[in-house]
Write a protein that binds this ligand. Structure first.
Ligand code: G3H
Length: 318
């Protein structure tokens, strides 16, 4: 993870003047999607980079210690050993960036990783994920519980009601409290951008989250109708860039929700490289939140390495 973002004072006067140019954002997003992907011979390396940036996620009502354990095993060895050996990558310690679970499953994930001698971080969603519609004290308590159980990264959700009614300063103060409750754990702030209505709201929510000390800003929960989209990403990464220019602090970016294919992972990496530069192309500043992306990445790596498509029964399972 990157150095902690200490946050800054809330600057309402500046924030109230912000207007995002929708057409310019859409044009830029279209341009990025049209860019050529890395050449075939580089794609495997890019896909392994993408795998190393995944927060491997299970956020389901039927999660159990067993499926959380399987998730941890997969996170520790995201790509088959024989494939890595053929690429001379078997001793590079490739893992995903973290596992991401509900607060009640944090202890299971910590136990599984400890048993495997792995120090992979456990990220927990919190603050009434996905809707954030529980009382503030309950949301704070949830953060403290996840930290107590061993989560070292907390993915909080913002209170969308506050964003939609323009109560930015109240949102800032809530996030500052979440930050305090996180203690030493890094905080990723989920904006649930599909619920925010306008690009201007998304920019303002990004900036408020960073001013309040978020270490990452994250697009969505995976549970809204509209999740991670490229135009939304352009708005958020430009807010990250502006925040860096104002304060000197690098805040990370995590698109999440609905990212399923290796091809999409390549576009996300390209977008980050184009908009923020190579400094952000590392797990301490870039994460892909995904529950099923890894399966397609492994399928594509298998294809690139062997020149074959795996027979159905041999296809790597996530
Ligand atoms: O942050 C993680 C998301 O909830 C994962 O969403 P997904 O299941 O659409 O990949």
């Amino acid at each position: 993870m990157s150095a902690r973002n200490p946050g800054t004072d809330f600057d309402l006067e500046w924030l109230s003047k912000v207007r995002v140019n929708t057409q310019a954002v859409l044009k830029r997003a279209q341009h990025i999607q049209g860019l050529k992907l890395p050449k075939k011979q580089w794609q495997t390396a890019w896909l392994l980079k993408a795998a190393s940036c995944i927060d491997l996620t299970t956020l389901a009502g039927d999660d159990t210690p067993s499926n959380v354990h399987r998730l941890c095993v997969k996170a520790i060895q995201p790509v088959r050993y024989d494939l890595l050996r053929r690429m001379d990558m078997h001793d590079k310690g490739l893992t995903t960036a973290a596992v991401c679970v509900y607060p009640s499953r944090v202890a299971d994930a910590v136990r599984s990783l400890k048993a495997a001698n792995s120090c992979l971080p456990v990220a927990s969603v919190a603050t009434g994920f996905p809707a954030g519609q529980t009382p503030l004290e309950t949301r704070l308590q949830e953060v403290r519980m996840a930290v107590r159980d061993g989560a070292t990264e907390i993915d909080i959700v913002i209170n969308r009601t506050l964003a939609l009614t323009g109560q930015w300063e109240v949102m800032y103060r809530e996030i500052v409290q979440f930050r305090e409750a996180c203690g030493d754990a890094h905080m990723k702030t989920i904006l649930a951008t599909g619920d925010l209505g306008t690009f201007t709201n998304i920019y303002k929510a990004s900036m408020v989250a960073m001013m309040a000390g978020s270490d990452f800003i994250k697009t969505s929960t995976g549970k809204e109708a509209i999740n991670a989209t490229y135009p939304v990403a352009i708005v958020m990464v430009r807010a990250i860039r502006d925040y860096f220019l104002r304060t000197g602090h690098k805040v990370g970016f995590k698109p999440a929700g609905g990212i399923r294919t290796a091809q999409e992972a390549l576009v996300w990496l390209t977008l980050i490289k184009e908009e923020l530069g190579n400094d952000w192309l590392h797990p301490h500043l870039f994460r892909l939140g995904a529950s099923s992306l890894l399966a397609d990445i492994e399928r594509q790596v298998y294809h690139h390495v062997t020149g074959q498509y795996a027979a159905y029964h041999e296809q790597p399972m996530a």
